[in-house]
Design a protein around this ligand. Sequence first.
Ligand code: NAD
Ligand code: TDX
Length: 339
Amino acid sequence: MSQDFEPKNIIVTGGCGFIGSNFVHHVVREHPGVHVTVLDKLTYAGNPENIAGLPEDRVELVVGDICDAELLERIVPGHDAIVHYAAESHNDNSIANPEPFLRTNVEGTYQLLEACRKFDVRYHHVSTDEVYGDLALDDPARFTEETPYRPSSPYSSTKASSDLLVRAWHRTFGVRATISNCSNNYGPYQHVEKFIPRQITNILDGQRPKLYGDGKNVRDWIHTEDHSSAVWTILTKGVLGETYLIGADGERDNLTVLRDILTVMGKDPDDFDWVRDRPGHDRRYAIDSSKLRRELGWKPVHTDFQKGLEQTIAWYTEHEDWWRPAKGATEAKYRAQGQ
Ligand code: NAD
Ligand code: TDX
């Protein structure tokens, strides 16, 4: 049965990261009666600047670890819901060192579920389409909620593990939970380690963009603002125990996206380097989001990818002070990996 849930006081884990901070901005702008407690460890990927300037009576930052059960005992009571974004989120990092992915993505989810069970708090779990593995380039199929789990990387296998914990805690303990699996996000505040910001900031920095493998890998791009509206819809209208796939029909191969970036930025579309491929590199992701659209009435608004890409390029061009501090170390790590 569909829930009409009206949260007033929510915890957003990972609210200083890319997608979590965009969700916090979305909630502050679109849902004036809601107070947000951001719980964030401020790892290399978390930046308090991402939520700076939001009204103090609407947003509070608690710096801490989702694995810290005592901290959760202190802060979870009094909240109506936890929206769980915090994660180690980068595939290449998970290949270099899987350990933090096990801890944050699996143990962290376990601790949050235990806190929700203890204090009877609604839980929404933000996950990824990567739990379904990949599709062949010539396969007409897309992922649905029924696609079997087949993760490829240490990152996606820990996200898949955390999804399974959520399903079990809902069924066995009655935790009021929903899960969403979204495709690749783009937009402002994305860390420079990720594909689109890395290429934009390389060009701004006078370096050549770097393309893995043969560049034919396909990702299904969605603007992060559409991801936020989808998560809010599922939190407030979703059926407990259900999984919803979030996507905006944005399939594009990496070579095409890179050439678009180069062209918008006034460069020759072939002015980039081919670099070593990612081990186990998933070929294609594609989301069928018709369940979410049909059952909960959600639809994406930012469907003009070219326009969204141009706005994203403009954002990075205007916010060098935001990305510059992370750029040197990120590229040094890639250079050491031959990427
Ligand atoms: P991100 O790496 O930009 O941000 C992660 C945030 O979590 C950071 O602020 C970091 O400080 C925080 N964090 C990490 N470990 C923590 C811990 N132990 N305790 C508390 N905070 C911690 O990630 P993102 O790209 O914004 O992804 C957010 C979520 O969305 C993740 O769960 C990811 O799996 C999921 N997702 C991402 C995408 C994408 O395209 N980026 C797509 C689908 C789903
Ligand atoms: O420099 C690069 N060159 C390149 O060709 C980088 C950083 C990436 N790539 C390729 C690899 C992928 O095919 O671009 C594609 C996108 O790479 P990422 O930005 O690393 O994203 P991906 O691995 O697809 O995963 C992302 O989407 C799903 C997020 O990082 C995950 O958190 C999310 O779950």
